[in-house]
Each structure stands twice: as structure tokens, then as C-alpha cells.
Ligand binder design. Structure first.
Ligand code: FES
Ligand code: FES
Length: 202
């Protein structure tokens, strides 16, 4: 069975909530909408100081300890390139790199990302020069609405680093966690296959 390589290395939001163990307070939180969760979390958790290194720059934040990496990026740092699709680990729109490994930032706590290098779509290009994967997505017109595209590109970059971009079938399998409502899959696969050798030789 194929394993999604983006499972967070550290405790996930769900894991931490589950790790509250027999706490009766935790279970109701898991079944409530996010806004209700964060409202209760504010009552439960005390703010913590966090330093996140995103795209090579340190950001000092004071966060509720339950804040996800995705919300820290979008709402506290102002990097909105990482998209919130499902907020439940099912669509891949929020994929970012954590020490060059892909993670679902909606399932990763911001505090877990401390001391690690976070790369978002905003940090992929080298100045004016697009990353080979970004260039390939444009060359192949591998998007329509573009909502899934940041997550697709970061997932694709990691896919190549993992050695899982050898042929179209492999790319389809290892990119299967990134959904595209617009159905741009054939062009996405073509872009990844084309960019892979360029990344290896860069
Ligand atoms: S928003 Fe994270 S997987 Fe959908
Ligand atoms: S390009 Fe629209 S969701 Fe993928």
C-alpha cells in the first residue's frame, strides 16, 4: 500500500488532540468546526512564543499552541500562497516543504516547525529566476484556476527529491495526494516529468 510521504514527522494537530488522552474536553473539539475549535482553544491554551524560519527568514510569533503551520503562514506571516482547501489533510493544497520534505501544513502544528526550514511557494524561485518546476508548470499550462497549483508544485519538487518522478505512472502515484478540481492532471504529470531531469542537473 502506498504511503503518503507527507505525513508530518512531528505530532499532528490530530495527534496532539488525540494525545490529550482521556481528556473529555478533547473529543468534542475534534468534531466541531475549526472556528469553534479555535474559540475553545483560546480558552484552553496559553499563547506561546514561536520562531518560524520561512523561506530563509525568521518570524517571531506569539501563537495559540494549536495553531497549524498553514494558519501561521497565511494569517500571521501573511504568506497566502499556501492554500487552504479542505483543512483536513485530504486535498494537498496546503503542501509545503519542511526541511525539504513535503508536509500537509493544515495537519502540522506551527510549534513543530520550529528549528526547521519551511519552504513555501513564495520561496521557491531564486530571485527573478523561476524554479525549474515552476517554469515547467507554466510551459505545460498545467493549471486552470490555479488554486491547487502551489501545493502541486511543492509536492512535485519533493517528489523529484524522493526519487519518485522517474516516469508518468510513478508521478501519478506519488502525486495522488494532490487533488485538482480542474482536472489538469495530464499537464501536471507532463510538467513534473519534464522538470525532473532539469532539477537533477541543476
Ligand atoms: S488544506 Fe491541507 S490537505 Fe487540504
Ligand atoms: S488548477 Fe484548479 S484546482 Fe487545480
Amino acid at each position: 500500500m502506498l504511503r503518503d510521504p507527507r505525513c508530518p514527522q512531528g505530532p499532528s494537530r490530530r495527534g496532539v488532540l488525540a494525545g490529550v488522552g482521556g481528556s473529555a474536553a478533547a473529543l468534542p473539539l475534534m468534531t466541531q468546526p475549526a472556528h469553534a475549535q479555535s474559540s475553545q482553544a483560546r480558552q484552553i491554551g496559553e499563547a506561546v512564543d514561536v520562531v518560524l524560519t520561512v523561506n530563509g527568514r525568521d518570524h517571531r510569533l506569539t501563537l495559540d499552541p494549536r495553531t497549524t503551520l498553514l494558519d501561521a503562514l497565511r494569517e500571521h506571516i501573511g504568506l497566502t500562497g499556501s492554500k487552504k482547501g479542505c483543512d483536513q489533510g485530504q486535498c494537498g493544497a496546503c503542501t509545503v516543504l519542511l526541511d525539504d520534505r513535503r508536509v500537509l501544513s493544515c495537519l502540522t502544528l506551527a510549534v513543530v516547525a520550529q528549528g526547521r526550514a519551511v519552504t513555501t511557494i513564495e520561496g521557491l524561485a531564486a530571485g527573478e529566476a523561476l524554479h525549474p518546476m515552476q517554469a515547467a508548470f507554466i510551459a505545460h499550462d498545467a493549471f486552470q484556476c490555479g488554486y491547487c497549483t502551489p501545493g502541486q508544485i511543492l509536492s512535485a519538487v519533493a517528489c523529484v527529491h524522493e526519487g519518485h518522478a522517474g516516469d508518468p505512472e510513478q508521478v501519478r502515484r506519488y502525486m495522488s495526494g494532490n487533488l485538482c478540481r480542474c482536472g489538469a492532471y495530464p499537464k501536471i504529470v507532463a510538467a513534473v516529468v519534464e522538470a525532473a531531469p532539469r532539477m537533477r542537473s541543476a
